[in-house]
Design a protein around this ligand. Structure first.
Ligand code: MSP
Length: 673
């Protein structure tokens, strides 16, 4: 066992985190927790990427200084990671002096290697990526391949990095150490890209104020990616000596750098999304080679969470906010779903239905029910304790040995889905054995016999092993499962996966539901209710509720509209949304839903049926005869089996809808503009 350094990307602070951001960090946390249990000395880093044009612009739009915006968003990240039990050892911000010292040292070293020169820089530039693209990387309309938005022609004098020099060394590196990029398909992509030829890379920006001044090049600011990538070493104390003479680090932080980065035998893993692969697998190793520094062991690129077949992102207006999911299901359920439903490395689709189904099947009915059933039976048969007689030769024991081996192999290979599936199979084997042995019948006949004890102990022992395996993924609830089955405090090592750990005759507390079942129809109706969904999107995007509400229910199609780079729409785009006054003619509750009302409205001689998520705030009778404002040209959506042919507008106050209506009565169907 040895030193293990794991990092997440550092997140931009122009937006609040969505499920795509949360995913990498939760994976990194799972890896960190697993490696600690495996006996490694783990160091886990996350942080924020705070410089650059995008952040500067986002701050200007909000009328605040960039650092104020950054502080606000960083605060949210800290809260979020605390909520999810993320066990990082450090959180780096690129605006910190220690980071600046690291970047300055990196620049000095690359400069000393003779890999910088100044030249005019021209090309197609995507401000969202903060990167230049070649003509052949763009489509016919010269749109950015990542953001699918128009790029702009840009020309300025910049510092260039001699990336072209590193084509050979990089190809040799991929051949010598193929594990440097995982999965293999991504290595192949990267290799093909490098084989296609490397152009020198512009690594400074002229006249950009919000960034680190380029040492020795007045008027130039360090390019955000050279700045950002350096976080992986600046956080360890690289450059902390501040002597500019070779990165001799100061005693405290420098020790980390020496142990985790400079040491040959430390494992260094960068977890990233596939969209930032080139930066990590081409530019970063090239910068390090130039600076004469060691390389990461592995850059592991995962796929994207998709919704409506598009990458979850603010610009696609298909955000998945982790917050309401965590509130309703618990943070561990979010972690479980993200690890179980994505093959690490490939894309996966998010839907509320898949989420609630996975939760109910695996956690409420699967693990949760098994625990309460076994604990109830054991308490009954053995006077409130775990069974008194252990058992060391039975089919569950064989299944457990297989499970533990497969689990470890899968976790070591970052195949989280397979690791969790192995645990589920053990749980299934225990349940099948339980059904075959029918201890509930035998308890009636034999009471707490040795045979009953063996059966129940075997099954509880299987649950214990499952819970141990779940500790890295579910740091809050796996310990609760262990406590519930009388297994005591969570173990410190993976040795606990071995058969035979559950004590005999240990006290068993009265079972409490750990994963309460969620009523699927009601949940889906609530999740789809406009007031709710808009609140989620508004919160995640940091936009005003009214803006989010017009965009939410339409998801994919609204996303197709031409939103400008800064999130503004023009007047024609606004008029694409037909807002009209409608008079409510009938209203009733939607059966089985606590949130939804079915409204019939008159839209100027045109009757419409609408479903609105306002049942908690409005009695149906009180609405008849009132006027409301509706989006009249919204594609119909079906909520709890009732078609909604439009959307009622409401202001959202702490999540509670307050209906909008005209200041005095107007003819039904009057356009709102
Ligand atoms: N600041 C850079 C990273 C610098 S690392 C030295 C950045 N930040 S980001 O906030 O835009 O994205 C951070 C991570 O979130 C990326 O790894 C990206 O792939 C990931 N995701 C963003 N949307 C995603 C999905 N829809 N699905 C999965 N992950 C995606 O890039």
């Amino acid at each position: 066992m040895g030193d293990f350094y794991v990092t997440t990307p550092i997140y931009y602070v122009n937006d609040l985190p969505h499920i795509g951001h949360v995913y990498t960090t939760l994976v990194a946390d799972t890896v960190a927790r697993y490696r600690r249990l495996a006996g490694d000395d783990v160091y886990f880093l996350t942080g924020t990427d705070e410089h650059g044009q995008n952040i500067e612009r986002a701050a200007r739009e909000r009328g605040v200084a960039p650092i104020e915006l950054a502080d606000r968003v960083v605060g949210r990240y800290h809260e979020l990671w605390a909520e999810h039990g993320v066990s990082h050892d450090d959180f780096i911000r690129t605006t910190e002096p220690r980071h600046r010292a690291g970047v300055e040292e990196m620049v000095r070293r690359i400069e000393a290697a003779g890999d910088f020169y100044v030249a005019a820089h021209e090309g197609w530039y995507c401000p969202a990526c903060e990167t230049f693209y070649t003509e052949k990387e763009l489509d016919a309309d010269r749109r950015c391949p990542v953001h699918e938005r128009p790029t702009e022609w840009k020309s300025e004098e910049n510092v260039f990095f001699r990336l072209s020099r590193y084509q050979g060394p990089l190809l040799a590196l991929y051949a010598r150490r193929p594990e440097i990029v995982r999965p293999e398909t991504r290595l192949n992509e990267v290799r093909a890209f490098v084989e296609g030829g490397l152009k020198d890379l512009s690594v400074s920006r002229a006249g950009l104020e919000w960034g680190i001044p380029f040492p020795g090049r007045p008027g130039q600011t360090v390019y955000v990616w050279l700045d950002a990538l350096t976080n992986y070493v600046s956080a360890l104390g690289f450059g902390a000596g501040g002597d500019g003479g070779g990165g001799e680090a100061a005693a405290g932080d420098g020790e980390l750098y020496r142990r985790l980065w400079a040491a040959e035998d430390a494992t260094r893993v960068h977890l990233i999304g596939k969209d930032i692969l080139r930066f990590h697998a081409v530019y970063w190793p090239a910068f390090l080679l130039s600076a004469g520094l060691p390389l990461p062991t592995t850059v592991w690129a995962h796929g994207w969470w998709l919704r409506d077949r598009k990458k979850v992102s603010k610009s696609s207006r298909n955000l998945v906010d982790p917050e309401p999911l965590a509130r309703r299901f618990g943070t561990d359920a979010v972690r479980y779903f993200l690890l179980r439903d994505m093959v690490f490395g490939q894309d996966a689709s998010f839907s509320d239905e898949a989420f609630v189904d996975r939760y109910n099947a695996d956690l409420a009915n699967g693990l949760g029910n098994t625990v309460s059933r076994l604990v109830t039976l054991s308490r009954k048969a053995f006077d409130g304790t775990t069974p008194p007689v252990p058992c060391d030769d039975n089919p569950v024991m064989a299944a457990a040995a297989e499970c533990a081996a497969e689990y470890r192999e899968a976790m070591d290979a970052y195949a989280f889905q397979r690791a969790i599936a192995a645990l589920s199979r053990l749980l299934d084997a225990a349940n099948q054995y339980l059904v075959e042995r029918e201890p509930w019948k035998r308890i009636q006949e034999e009471g707490g016999s040795a045979a009953v004890s063996r059966v129940l102990w075997n099954c509880l022992e299987a649950v214990r092993i499952v819970a141990v395996g779940l500790l890295p993924a579910m740091p809050k609830t796996a310990p609760r499962v262990l406590a519930a089955i009388g297994a005591g405090a969570p173990p410190a090592t993976l040795d606990a996966l071995a058969w035979g750990g559950l004590a005999n005759g240990a006290p068993l507390p009265e079972p409490e539901p750990i994963f309460p079942r969620i009523a699927k129809d009601e949940y889906l109706a609530d999740a789809a209710a406009p007031a709710n969904a808009a609140e989620a999107a508004g919160a995640a995007a940091g936009t005003a509720t009214a803006e989010a509400e017009t965009g939410t229910q339409t998801a994919g199609d609204a996303g197709a509209s031409e939103e400008s780079e800064d999130g503004m729409i023009d007047i024609d785009q606004f008029f694409q949304t037909e807002l009209k006054v409608a008079t409510v003619t009938a209203a009733e509750r939607v059966p089985k839903s606590s949130k939804l009302l079915r409204l019939e409205v008159d839209l100027g001689g045109e009757p419409r049926q609408l479903v609105a998520g306002i049942a908690k705030e409005y009695e149906p009778e009180s609405l008849v005869g009132r006027q409301v404002v509706v989006v009249a040209n919204l594609q119909p959506a079906t909520l709890m089996g009732v078609e909604s042919q439009g959307m009622v507008l409401a202001a959202s106050v702490d999540g509670a809808p307050v209906l909008l209506h005209p200041e005095k009565p107007v003819p039904a169907g009057t356009r709102v503009r």
